[in-house]
Design a protein around this ligand. Structure first.
Ligand code: PEP
Ligand code: MG
Length: 885
């Protein structure tokens, strides 16, 4: 039986793969194949498939049968295409060995450059390049990289040797070392390998290749790659492809160089060639962020021919892929080569602008434009900005590497960032430069500040991908990691000091500046409008005040899905009346206090109804446990007793009586309203009096009254009877009729199980998934923070169920409830008002489960709308554009 095909060649204008073979060849491999087929100058090579990696993992690191024979065959083909031979003393072939998964995982896995060099080949390279120094520099870089990636010897030992040689020679820069110095360095490097590994550095290029391929396969499972996949929710089963490609050299002198370019500006979305390059350098020098590169614009002067060709190729690639591309290029002695193209990562602002621009340019249609913008990214667009009214004193300016403003306490290592964030602190991670090991800390931080590195440095790329504000290359700060501080303009900022960064401008400020929420306008508003045309699921808001109601209308939501009335009670004069009600000893006393609250509630409801202009407004009856309204400390209690004119002991007795072991599972929700029916009476009066006034003023109004925390139909029936009675009374008295509905929250498992009984009497359902998650898991929503991070870290739970709906458990109960509810009441209106209503994945789940709407905070409305559109479009659009899955 013929062995499975594991190796795919590209070169000499033809490739065995295409861009559609991402799963098999990885992003890099499939795009190298596609570019080859497009006759774009790509150094030839071959790709070993992800399937080979997966099988090799199963075989505990052994290559699958037949794979190596195919590698040998393709190597021969490559030698022929290049007119060079592996290990040859005159014309040696050198290759790069790079990882390449289905989706790009920048810097997470391993790469080896200059593979094929040995004691003979280095001489051949010296002769062919007529530059022995270059040849020995390449050899020393190769030994260093190979030893690190394959033989697992720390880079630091190699750096020590290099530094020592520089000291011995009394020079400062690597470039000042001569050929003879580098030959000596190579000798010492090899001795180091012998000493550390007990064997010689491998001289046989085939053995080098075999080991490097094995190491790159293995790097799929290195800790930082695993962490990256966890953060980005990528399956661990994919494996990586390996690309073996003929080397071209950007470090062959001043007519050579290397860089990265984007077909549009990944920060703003502007249509222009954007990027950075370094002359006389290898690719790693650009992305590592150690030398600060020049803007690609400058290439126009430095190498006009290469610039023009790069510009032409970039335009061609973008048109072909119909999306912004991020390319890596090398200029070898004046000739341009493309080493990679991939869909470029972009900031949320750029994503929106590009989607709208490309639709206008006819590259993509509206559906694709909507799908191009990840709803999670939109959320970032609604992230805080510096309040323009704030007095801002900039102390330093770096590169605006990833937009948005962030405020936090300075920390200096990724581990600290993670540890502090786990304790609920807001931190800014401050680093000289970031590396792949810092990903976890970057994720945990509010923002990232680095002293070195350009717009395409690791920090910038990763931060943009995560949507974290980032200021990179801020050369005005000098960091001492040992002392956990940095110096800026003569001032020392220590660990835990507050700082503010603005990733949109690159500014650094000291202290804690005020941030504001941006609004919906321009391209963003246009895109959200398109999303409205595609989505099926409605979007309402959780809005408690007239101001929230105004924001609801600004964001063009379709109603209020949850008005938590108790939030209005915390305001000055209301809390006094509320406390009087709590302290009262009997219903009579409570009624008296509630009578004071009634006009305030009425006017709040009226103001909300006015703003909502007849859209549905769900008002929930009082829900929290009463102790939340009383102060806690002895001092506060003393002054409250004095204010209320009652003896301290009486107040203390009351507080004592309200203590519960599990207040979130205790005397709250409809349980409280059943024991204190006068609360529901007052609230229903306020709602219907406000609504009747609206009708009298000939204004539209649609109140929906909601009962919380129901577990049995009897609880609902009890409350509904009060609400209906009060409604009838108010309408009779005012002589007008108001259309209204009475429904319930579904936030206990029992309510889900008896949803048919409840729906027979309730006119609508709204899932309170905060409580439903609490009661389904049996996790206290107030205490879960103590163990959930560890659960997620250890993979016991994939996600925090209070953020994203646990589809298997909570979701299953919801689906059951919808089914049962609608079996009893056809067309029953069902929504969700837990925090999950603004989480894109949960919105998609709600769409699939047939909910009528989601309700979320006003600022998340665009997120929910985009997520709703994505859910609907993904159901029917088969996306056929290259580069999309
Ligand atoms: C819920 O439980 O999901 C809900 C919306 O209500 P609250 O958070 O006010 O308990
Ligand atoms: Mg609740």
């Amino acid at each position: 039986m013929a062995a499975k095909k594991y190796v795919y060649f590209f070169g000499s204008g033809r490739a065995e793969g295409t861009a559609r073979m991402k799963d098999l060849l990885g992003g890099k491999g499939s795009n190298l194949a596609e570019m080859t087929n497009l006759k774009i100058p790509v150094p030839p090579g071959f790709t070993i498939s992800t399937e080979a990696c997966v099988e090799s993992m199963k075989l505990r690191g052994k290559f699958p049968a037949g794979m190596w024979t195919q590698v040998e065959k393709n190597l021969a083909k490559l030698e022929k295409a290049m007119g060079l031979r592996f290990g040859d003393r005159n014309a040696p072939l050198l290759v790069s060995v790079r990882s390449g998964a289905r989706v790009s995982m920048p810097g997470m896995m391993d790469t080896v450059l200059n593979l094929g060099l040995n004691d003979q080949a280095v001489e051949g390279l010296a002769r062919r390049s007529q530059d022995p120094r270059f040849a020995y520099d390449s050899y020393r870089r190769f030994i260093q990289m190979f030893s690190n990636v394959v033989l697992d010897i720390s880079i630091k030992y190699f750096e020590e040797i290099l530094e020592k040689r520089k000291r011995e020679r009394g020079v400062e820069l690597d470039t000042e070392l001569t050929t003879a110095d580098l030959q000596e360095v190579v000798r010492r490097y090899k001795a180091l390998v012998r000493e550390r590994r007990g064997r010689e550095f491998p001289q046989d290029p085939r053995q080098q290749l075999r080991q490097a391929v094995g190491a790159v396969f293995g790097s799929w499972n290195n800790p930082r790659a695993i962490k990256y996949r966890e953060i980005h929710r990528l399956p661990h089963t994919w494996g990586t492809a390996v690309n073996v490609q003929a080397m071209v050299f950007g470090n062959m002198g001043e007519r050579s160089g290397t860089g990265v370019a984007f077909t549009r500006d990944p920060g703003t979305g502007e249509k222009r060639l954007f990027g950075e390059f370094l002359m006389n350098a290898q690719g790693e020098d650009v992305v590592a962020g150690i030398r600060t590169p020049q803007s690609v614009e400058k290439l126009r002067q430095v190498s006009p021919k290469a610039y023009q060709e790069l510009d032409r190729i970039c335009r061609r690639l973008e048109k072909h892929y119909r999306d912004m591309q991020d390319v890596e290029f090398t200029i070898q002695d004046g000739t341009l080569f493309l080493l990679q193209t991939r869909t470029g990562k972009r900031t949320p602002t750029a994503a929106v602008r590009m989607a709208v621009d490309m639709q206008r340019e006819g590259l993509i249609d509206k559906r694709l434009a909507v799908l191009r913008v990840d709803p999670h990214q939109v959320e970032i667009l609604l992230h805080p900005m510096l309040d323009p009214k704030a007095k801002v004193e900039r102390v330093a300016r770096g590169l605006p590497a990833s937009p948005g403003a962030a405020v936090g306490q300075a920390v200096f290592t990724a581990e600290e960032a993670e540890a502090w964030a786990a304790r609920g602190e807001k931190v800014i991670l401050v680093r000289a430069e970031t590396s792949a090991e810092d990903v976890g800390g970057m994720h945990a931080a509010q923002g990232i500040l680095t002293a070195r590195g350009g717009m395409t440095s690791h920090a910038a790329v990763v931060a943009r991908g995560m949507g974290k504000p980032c200021v990179a290359g801020c050369g005005d700060i000098s960091i001492s990691e040992a002392e956990r501080s940095f110096l800026v303009k003569g001032r020392t900022v220590k660990e835990s000091d507050w700082i503010t960064i603005d990733g949109t401008t690159g500014d650094l400020m000291l202290g804690r500046l005020p941030l504001i929420q941006p609004e919906l306008s321009g391209d963003f508003a246009r895109l959200v409008k398109w999303a409205d045309d595609f989505r099926k699921i409605g979007v309402r808001t959780n809005a408690d005040t007239p101001t929230d109601a105004a924001a609801t209308m600004d964001f063009e939501a379709e109603g209020i899905g949850l008005c938590r009335t108790e939030h209005m009670f915390f305001v000055e004069d209301r809390i006094t009346a509320m406390r009087e009600m709590i302290v009262a000893d009997d219903a009579e006393g409570r009624r008296k206090a509630l009578a004071k609250l009634l006009p305030m509630q009425r006017s709040d409801f009226k103001a909300i109804f006015e703003r909502m202009k007849g859209l549905p407004v769900i008002i929930r009856i009082f829900d929290p446990p009463l102790h939340e309204f009383l102060p806690k400390t002895a001092h506060e209690l003393q002054s409250l007793a004095a204010d209320m004119g009652i003896p301290l002991e009486r107040l203390e007795r009351k507080v004592q009586a309200l203590v519960e072991s599990n207040p979130m599972l205790g005397h709250r929700g409809c349980r409280l309203a059943i024991t204190y029916p006068e609360i529901t009476e007052m609230q229903a009066s306020a709602i219907f009096e406000a609504a009747c006034q609206m009708v009298k003023e000939r204004k539209k109004v649609l109140p929906e009254v909601m009962v919380p925390l129901v577990g049995t139909v009897e609880e609902f029936r009890h409350q509904r009877a009060i609400i209906d009675r009060v409604a009838a009374g108010v309408m009779r008295k005012s002589g007008v009729k108001v259309p209204y509905q009475v429904g319930t929250m579904i936030e206990t498992p029992r309510a889900c199980l008896v949803s048919d009984e409840i729906a027979a009497e309730a006119e609508f359902f709204s899932f309170g998934t905060n409580d439903l998650t609490q009661t389904t898991f049996g996790f206290s929503r107030d205490d879960a923070g103590k163990f959930l991070p560890q659960y997620i870290e250890e993979g016991i739970l994939q996600d925090d169920p209070f953020i994203s709906i646990d589809e298997q458990g909570v979701g299953e109960l919801m689906a059951l409830s919808v089914r049962k509810g609608r079996s009893a009441r056809k067309g029953l209106e069902v929504g969700i008002c837990g925090e999950h209503g603004g989480d894109p994945r949960s919105v998609e789940f709600c769409h699939r489960t047939g909910l009528d709407y989601v309700s979320c905070s006003p600022y998340r409305v665009p997120v929910a709308k985009m997520a709703g559109a994505h859910a609907a479009l993904k159901e029917k659009v088969k996306i056929t554009v290259l580069g999309e899955k």
